[in-house]
Design a protein around this ligand. Structure first.
Ligand code: GLN
Length: 393
């Protein structure tokens, strides 16, 4: 057999397959409860599903406009105006993509020259590293320390160089659950302005937080022209399989982003874009309020089981993940522990090393996703308590 390294591009040797999706397969093999990959196991809103069926029946089944249907872009513009006080030009500043994942790749491919540095705060969502590699960027990692995961100005300033092109800011954060406060975001804004850096914000969890507020960096003084907002409907409407992501960026950047997006995917699914437009317009504030209440309950049920089982963690302020230290339960490394917990404990997490540039930093932590029904979380909690008590007896 040919040597696959010789037949494949070097850039593909620089990252591995997604560990998050690998753990979903491990969960399947052992019939474990999958708290690895962050997708809900409950239904999407009825109104949204009806709107998707109606769009398909109305024969909205061909390509949408490459950068997004008129309806969805208008609904989004209304939302940004009402909620964040931002005027967004739907013709020049908006692109709809196949999920936030494509959005991040398209953005990096559009703004980065080979060798440019991109600051990534770690622990990070696992896509950012490979996205940087695919766009020939040099990722520069800045570790935020547990338990506070707070961003300090002198630490950020220390990693800025004259090659720094952009910083990726994910709030509410996957995997830490941090929601950056106004002070931290102001500090990022100040440094972006001082050193002429672009901010790429990943705001996919913008409606899921328990403490504080979600601040949009683009609304800070001077930042509108240097911020690219990535978000989407996957998490807000519990439709991770629909692949509807969104980008808001200044017109010159949007031009480049739209071209890359066009040749990557042509466009996101047309009928599902129509359904999301209906969802954004009809569901509104009471839906977002309900989402937070439901997620808080899920979080609290799961965290109490985690605490009882001997894990140590910082309480997530937003998003739907918790990074948990398992040193009281095992001295194995994170990957061994995750597979053991899936096989013997019946609950699958993600090994912590997936969220760090240096695997050692995540050696004694795992990430659990709690975007599941209370019933699933109670069953997982029961299994964790049993696993822990068997290890202590
Ligand atoms: N964002 C989700 C997570 O972190 C799903 C990742 C994925 O599989 N695209 O688990």
């Amino acid at each position: 057999m040919a040597n696959s390294q010789a037949r494949t591009a070097r850039r593909t040797h620089l990252f591995t397959e997604s560990v998050i999706r690998e753990m979903t397969r491990v969960a399947g093999e052992h019939d474990a409860i999958n708290l690895a990959q962050g997708f809900p196991d409950f239904s999407a809103p009825e109104l949204l599903k009806e709107a998707a069926c109606a769009a398909i029946r109305a024969d909205i089944n061909q390509y949408a406009i490459t950068w997004g249907t008129v309806n969805l872009r208008q609904a989004l513009a209304e939302k940004y105006a009402e909620r964040y006080g931002m005027e967004v030009n739907t013709e020049q500043e908006m692109t709809v993509t196949c999920g936030a994942t494509e959005a991040m790749a398209a953005v990096m491919l559009s703004i980065i020259e080979p060798g440019d540095e991109v600051i990534i705060l770690e622990p990070f969502y696992e896509n950012y590293g490979p996205d940087a590699v695919l766009s020939d960027a040099t990722p520069v990692f800045l570790t935020l320390e547990a338990p506070a995961y707070r961003l300090e100005k002198d630490h950020l300033e220390a990693v800025i160089t004259n090659r720094t092109r952009a910083i990726v800011v994910n709030t509410p954060n996957n995997p830490t659950g941090r929601v950056f406060d106004r002070e931290e975001l102001q500090m990022i804004a100040d440094l972006c302005l001082q050193y002429d850096i672009l901010a790429i914000t990943d705001e996919i969890y913008e409606h899921i937080y328990y403490e504080g507020e979600h601040h949009v960096l683009a609304t800070f003084d001077g930042m509108r022209d240097r911020t690219i907002i990535i978000s989407g409907l996957s998490k807000t409407f519990s439709v991770t399989g629909w692949r509807i992501g969104t980008i808001i960026a200044p017109p010159d950047l949007t031009d480049a982003i739209r071209k890359v997006h066009d040749f990557l995917t042509v466009g996101a699914p047309a009928p599902l874009q129509e359904a999301c437009a209906v969802g954004i317009r009809e569901l509104g504030q009471s839906y977002y309020d309900g989402l937070k209440i439901d997620y808080r309950e899920r979080r609290d049920v799961f965290l109490s089981a985690l605490r009882d089982s001997g894990f140590k963690f910082s309480t997530p302020e937003g998003a739907y993940y918790v990074l948990a230290d398992f040193s009281a339960l095992s001295s194995e490394d994170d990957t061994t522990f995750s597979k053991m917990l899936a096989k013997d404990g019946g609950v699958a997490p993600v090994p912590g090393s997936s969220f760090f540039s240096v695997p050692e930093r995540g050696r004694s932590v795992v990430r659990f996703a709690f975007c599941k029904t209370i019933k699933t979380l109670e069953a997982a909690g029961e299994r964790l308590r049993e696993f822990a008590s068997a290890r202590h007896s």
